[in-house]
Design a protein. Sequence first.
Length: 175
Amino acid sequence: MSSVVIGLILTLGVTLLGADAGPSDLNDALETDEPFWMFMRSYPRITNGANHECVYSKKISLTDYSYTFYQKYKVQGESEQKTLSLNAIIRPDPEPVLVVSATTATPRTEYTLRYWDKKTHCGILTLEHEGKQHCEMYVWNHDVKKAPSPECETEFDNLCRDRGKYQVYQPYCTE
């Protein structure tokens, strides 16, 4: 679930190039109908001993304070799809945050949009995972075949220093 949420947050089309995201940027960014891919993250996501690959999310609906999407990913070459009506609450204070839970009774995860490069459509979300801040990098579909910008990679490294890098997007990934 964390990968999906993070993917959504990064998809947000923040209007500032290479700058911190402002309170209204999250909603603006989520307006895209294009899939967005998790390019890398700072922690592994494993199911039955295999890493998740080819993770992407796509919007189903968006209101001022709610976001519904589906996520697809592969585990050992097999596709998995989840439609996530995740009670994704958009909280604009002071940084754009997406608060996500599968149901009102399940734990919530907060994803904060920390960086957005509007030219290369590369974004970085942070979340708390196993007691540490971790990062997820997302790239829009039409830009994912290019490598993320050096600035986006540098920001990922700065935000999640010494946390590791796990490549999620692979050249064979398709929608």
